[in-house]
Ligand binder design. Structure first.
Ligand SMILES: *Cc1c(COP(=O)(O)O)cnc(C)c1O
Length: 388
């Protein structure tokens, strides 16, 4: 197989059936049949690599996983029903009661709930570092720390974390370095290249790219994936074959879609940076981004998420959302349709101002997931909403 991303995305494919189909069929089957008792025994004893039951594997999920494994230069992987089931199962499979996690403070909301509400049920605690305080990470490590966890770029403030620096800390202290690479996709950033042991994606976002199906995947070192696989085949968070079929098809166009998403996002970021109703813009590939050099080192392009702060705080943010005409107000991201959110008055309105500021959500912060519309139409919509 070619080492080039686009070719892998299009050409990695399950074996053809006797019908010589060109594109992969959908294998809607919950189980697979055996020739005889010996075949069944040997299959369950894992003396043969084959499909047994779709909670374990299925040709469609295998094709999807094989592509992500190749794109991330990983050894193995497992596909999940959602990004959150990938995050949860990865932790649940690898941690024991009493273990400890060190994580960036800025993580996806449900991952944060997992750390604060659910993992403590098994006596697993998490210590947090701020995105601009990587120098304080080592001080948080305890004898029972097992995982160093990070997302980059972060949601919703679009901060960038130096993956190589974090991986050096993890190696020095014998920790597993786990990266949620959702915002970057396997096309824009490959954390394994910078030392990550495991990479998690919510496939719901740019991998699907059209806001239609949910999915998740974890890839990385084979011995770790083996633990995650055994946990998952017993506990049942598997991706459905239908979603795997959709998502594998989506991967064929990821590179061309992501190129356009990023080109549009950079144009929107540049437009916003010059706007007099805007205090600041955060976009990894704008030279004004505080971690611009790190972003340039570890990302191919800047991604499709642009954050900016509107002048006038919460009320100005609410007014801005209400004035939007073309773009969507929605909780998703990575869709072909541009989505705008104002976390302080919507998704994060229940948090206190100081809790919001901890994760970079100022009162006027707006997050835009830039889509695939004609970019001037998106800019005109944002402009009229800022001016109204
Ligand atoms: C959306 C998202 C998730 C969760 O994915 P789901 O598919 O919605 O379960 C996890 N991490 C990040 C960074 C996300 O954006």
């Amino acid at each position: 197989m070619s080492k080039n991303f686009e070719t892998k995305a299009v050409r990695i494919q399950t074996e053809r059936t006797q019908f010589s189909e060109h594109s992969t069929p959908l294998y809607l089957t919950s189980s697979f049949v055996f020739d005889d008792a010996e075949d069944m025994r040997a299959s369950f004893a894992e003396e043969k690599a084959r499909n047994l039951y779709s909670r374990f594997s299925n040709p469609n999920t295998t094709e999807f996983v094989d592509k992500i494994v190749a794109m991330e230069d990983a050894e193995a992987g497992y596909a999940f029903a959602t990004g959150m089931s990938a995050v949860f199962s990865t932790f649940a499979a690898l941690l024991n009661a009493g273990d400890h996690i060190v994580s960036s403070r800025s993580v996806f909301g449900s991952t944060h709930s997992l750390f604060t509400k659910y993992l403590p049920k098994w006596n697993i605690e998490t210590s947090y570092f701020k995105v601009n305080e990587i120098d304080k990470v080592e001080a948080l490590i305890q004898p029972n720390t097992k995982i160093l966890y990070a997302e980059s770029p972060t949601n919703p403030a679009v901060d960038v974390l130096d993956l190589e620096a974090l991986s050096d800390i993890a190696k020095k202290h014998n920790l597993l370095f786990v990266v949620d690479n959702c915002f970057a996709t396997p096309y824009l950033q490959n954390p394994i290249k910078f030392g990550a042991d495991l990479v998690i994606h919510s496939a719901t976002k740019l991998i699907d790219g059209q806001g239609r199906v949910l999915g998740g995947v974890t890839v990385g070192k084979a011995e770790l994936i083996r633990e995650i696989y055994l946990f998952s085949r017993n506990t049942g968070p598997a991706m459905s074959p239908f979603n795997a079929w959709v998502l594998s098809k989506s991967l064929e166009t990821l590179a061309v879609r992501a190129d356009r998403h990023c080109e549009n996002a950079l144009k929107v970021a540049q437009f916003l940076e010059d706007h007099d109703k805007v205090n600041f813009v955060k976009y990894p590939f704008l030279p004004s981004h505080p971690q611009y050099e790190v972003a340039k080192k570890q990302m191919r392009l800047g991604g499709n998420i642009v954050a900016f702060e509107i002048k006038g705080g919460i009320e100005a943010g609410r007014k801005f959302l209400n004035a939007i005409k073309l773009c969507s107000l929605s909780a998703n991201l990575g869709d072909s349709r541009t989505i705008v959110t104002h976390p302080a008055s919507t998704t994060h309105s229940k948090l206190s101002e100081s809790d919001r500021l901890e994760v970079g959500i100022t009162d006027g912060l707006v997050r835009c997931s830039i889509g695939l519309e004609y970019v001037e139409d998106v800019i005109n919509d944002l402009n009229q909403a800022l001016e109204s």
